[in-house]
Design a protein around this ligand. Sequence first.
Ligand code: NAP
Length: 543
Amino acid sequence: MTAAEQSATVDAIVIGAGFAGIYATLRLTAMGLTVRSFDAADDIGGVWTWNRYPGARTDSLHETYCFTFDRDFYNEWAYTDIHPDQSEVLRYLHHVAERFDLRKLYTLSTRVESATFNEATDRWDVRTDSGEQVSAPYLVTGLGLVSAPIIPDVPGLESFGGELYMTANWPHDEVSLAGKRVAVIGTGSSGVQVISTIVGSVADLTVFQRTANWVARTGNRPVSDEERQGIRQHPEQVWDRVRQHPAGWPWEPVKRMALDTPAEERERLFEEAWEEGGFALLYKTYADLSTDKAANDILCDFFARKIASLVDDPVLAKKLTPNHPYGAKRPPAAEGYYEAFNRSDVHLVNLTETPIVSFTDKGIRTSAGEHEFDVIILATGFDAITGAFTRIDIRGLAGERLNDHWAEAPRTYLGLMITGFPNLFMVAGPQSPFANLPPGAQGQADWIANAIAHMRSDGIVRMQPSMDAEIEWTAHLDEIAEGLMTRYGEAAGSWFTGANVPGKPRAYNVYFGGHNVHADRCDAEQAADYPNFKMSQPVSADV
Ligand code: NAP
């Protein structure tokens, strides 16, 4: 047992061992706080420990998928590809944990089951599934956006006699798919990465698609030495661009409008962005694609023609072409995805025509008949953003359950704190920006660390946002999302809105107003000594 494991009272408890939790742990420890950190996984790495499926890699760019708090440490690390794969990101996070000696602070393979704010002590009492109880004045969550997987509610799953895998909980041991008849259910980011990676190596691949997706190319390639040296000479330039970009990308935000551009010029720019891949189509072409449906239609028309040119069978191409605006759902990327469907050993089952009826001992029965498989892979997504919170019994002032507070929709201020839940700080929590995760997580954890330092220096025992601030932030977030293609997310079944989970309250779960705008607001709040927060001295009763 490590020293950390023995201590039941500490200054801060952190939940999560992904980018958010690791950095919060690092930052709070560096301030001199005693910290206990927990994660349900058996190792450091967050989403990258669970999602080890074939083809898992980030869509973010290598120079931004890391921490930037230390220039030398930043310059030490080198990812191989411009979109690092799962194994390298995991190695990076292990490297961070080891370099800053964070492992000893983590209790792994341990799920936090409940967290209750104790009004008598002004501390969070946390209980884990191992029965351990720990208390601390500050509770910091880095629970991850996509950490609560959903298993489809289809009869007979347990009766399947073959191998069953979930992308979100992929075995650590090698999985051999070679020569097997494989089904993949789901065509989100995870599904399309698996599909385009295993195609050709399995005997037969059947893709069960409920909603077609706009799958951009990744444009992945190795990072050249020249690029790496350029970045290392002036990393601050990358960091500045990331800080100023709405999605935390190292690119200049575009200002030109698709609707003001001649058709041939648009076509040329879309082609260029298609070749570059990833988010270039959205972030490097036109500013009105996300705000103006007519502009978005032009991009979708380009994309639909692209699909038609890549898929030999026009009927199949049509089935693979979405009917929601680009960006209504989180757009995935994969290399060679559409081309895979030209192969005779790849089949598409369009679930809008022939829905799944049940799993059987041999495979999957749709309304058109039974398909037999050796392996079924569920790439069916997550109770995203809020799911990781609502699966924990979190209780704030007067015993209020977070699940009740969020019964109709998540409500926070800046995605950082919740009214009635003092000293509960969230890194990359609900209502925080939809953006490249590491820079946002680092900025938010810095904000939290500074807020805690402020509390400690001023003898503040409770900090929580005002109800007005929470209401204002939620209204602002809704207004922004309603002005973007995200307003079509519910119809498209997007996790942005909770529409992918039956019975989940429909609400915008993430902030689309920009990573940069959010960071500005957080900075302003801090600079003005937290005007939208209630700070309480000891022996207060501000319920
Ligand atoms: P997802 O985007 O929610 O996709 C889940 C897929 O499963 C959808 O196609 C969904 O269909 C389908 N599905 C769900 N339940 C089903 C059912 N009962 N029957 C048939 N199909 C069903 O989940 P994900 O692909 O795991 O990705 C989640 C998020 O994680 C991404 O949006 C992204 O933010 C992140 N991620 C990122 C990367 C990356 O950066 N490269 C990779 C993986 C994941 P419907 O669309 O009809 O609901």
